[in-house]
Design a protein around this ligand. Structure first.
Ligand code: RB5
Length: 147
């Protein structure tokens, strides 16, 4: 899979770890930064990753900031994006299966490397179940479209 990844300064180290982890699993990782520990602003990276996923340039996205919240809020402003903050693997699997989330977000101040690995594994290995869940996604899209 082609995975877009992005983070703010709080999560540079965890991002590097997860990017390598995903590459070792055979994924292509497109890194949208930051790669520096210097203070920056999470909306920049949330938007970059969201646009890469929404345009189809990348299949799915991973976003990391301190909590995962700010960067996911920014990503969710891009049309077609469903970015979900998950601090444990069960929700990460379910947000693919039921919500068809296309970006997973988590916090470098919340989870360690091993839990982050489990979160991305569950997210990437799960599949959207469609059916009754599709109708709910359509309702979310209708809100987004102002219908
Ligand atoms: C940066 O200090 C912090 O606010 C950011 O990483 C994130 O947690 C925001 O939601």
């Amino acid at each position: 899979m082609k995975i877009a990844i992005g983070n703010d300064h709080v999560a540079t180290e965890l991002k590097a770890h997860i990017a390598k982890y995903l590459e070792n699993k055979g994924h292509t990782v497109v890194n949208f930064g930051t790669d520096s520990p210097e203070r920056t602003d999470y909306p920049i990276y949330g938007e970059r990753v969201a646009r890469a996923v929404a345009s189809g340039e990348c299949d799915l996205g991973v976003l990391i900031c301190g909590t995962g919240i700010g960067i996911s809020l920014a990503a969710n402003k891009v049309k077609g994006i469903r970015a979900a903050v998950c601090s444990e693997p069960y929700s990460a699997r379910l947000t693919r299966q039921h919500n068809n989330a296309n970006i997973i977000a988590f916090g470098a101040r919340v989870v360690g490397q091993s839990v982050a690995e489990m979160i991305v594994d569950e997210f990437l290995n799960a599949e959207f179940e469609g059916g009754r869940h599709q109708a709910r996604i359509d309702m979310i899209s209708a809100i987004e479209n102002g219908d």
